[in-house]
Design a protein around this ligand. Structure first.
Ligand code: PEP
Ligand code: MG
Length: 287
């Protein structure tokens, strides 16, 4: 990522540490890996997302039942809050690693205010136990949530006082908005993240987040999409998180865009008929 020009990490998915093995990583293993990445990144922000498992992402050592609707089921923060000891291990590892870099914690699939309050309580518990053991750690690291459930979009004003930042997850938000499973090819065309139905939600989240003094990034695939970047910039997005391979093109594009132009473009995109019409507007700009 650094070689490609990254100025931070917008989404470190910790699933990679937990999948394809027969036992979960313990606190020491997690701490070592988080610390290693934090040290590599130096002062640059490193956003580490807590475990987003369940749904379509299995782990043999967890009691994850087969579900008919895995994307609407027991996944992500819901699993973490139910398996408290398991989650506390990850939080302790993160608070310890935060001593070595600019770590931000990001919570996946938040759908209620109560979930964030529970995490805050668990963070206090993790910090208290580390303090008691004399383990160096930081409790004051930034906490953010992913906005990927439509309920979170509606609750940004209530969530803002509890968090330091937001990151919009358009991969999931799109499938939930259009009620179109992101893994089902038959409905893939419906789930268009550049559709005004999604852009209007991004616009709303940014307005409310900014009104509360919170920054807001986007870590779905959309942030690395050259058609989307001018619009996201025009809407006022603060942080673009993408696969490393997309960074050089995205940076070059952003360097060539003028804010007044993309602001106008974004306003027109909000009122376009569909995703195809949005792409046409962007094509016009690029020409
Ligand atoms: C998203 O839903 O946009 C996201 C970034 O999370 P994931 O793709 O890991 O579900
Ligand atoms: Mg997601």
């Amino acid at each position: 990522a650094l070689a490609a020009g990254a100025e931070g990490v917008g989404l470190l998915r910790t699933e990679f540490l937990f999948q394809e093995r027969s036992t979960p990583p313990d606190e020491e293993e997690q701490y070592t890996i988080y610390r290693h990445v934090a040290q590599q990144m130096g002062d640059r922000p490193l956003v580490i997302r807590t475990l987003d498992i369940g749904g379509d992402k299995p782990a043999p050592y967890l009691p994850l039942p087969h579900e008919t609707n895995p994307f609407l089921g027991w996944r992500a923060i819901r699993v973490s809050l139910a398996l408290r000891g398991f989650f506390l291990t990850q939080l302790r590892a993160l608070l310890r690693a935060a001593e070595h870099g600019n770590i931000h914690i990001l919570l996946p699939m938040v759908s209620t205010v109560g979930e964030v309050q529970q995490v805050q309580a668990l963070l206090n518990l993790a910090a208290a136990s580390l303090a008691e053991e004399g383990q160096p750690h930081r409790r004051d690291l930034p906490l953010g949530i992913m906005v990927e459930a439509p309920s979170a979009v509606q609750l940004v004003d209530q969530l803002a006082p509890l968090v330091d930042f937001f990151s919009i997850g358009t991969n999931d938000l799109t499938q939930y908005t259009f009620a179109a499973d992101r893994t089902n090819e038959r409905v893939a065309a419906l789930a268009d993240a550049l559709h005004p139905a999604i852009l209007r939600q991004i616009d709303g989240v940014l307005r409310v987040a900014h009104a509360h003094g919170r920054w807001c990034g986007l870590c779905g695939e959309l942030a690395g999409d050259a058609d989307a970047i001018p619009i996201l910039l025009g809407l006022g997005l603060d942080e673009f998180s993408m696969a490393p391979a997309r960074i050089p093109v995205a940076k070059q594009l952003i360097n060539h865009l003028a804010m007044p132009v993309v602001r106008r473009l974004a306003q027109r995109a909000l009122n376009a008929a569909d995703g195809a019409a949005v792409r046409q507007l962007v094509a016009g700009l690029v020409r």
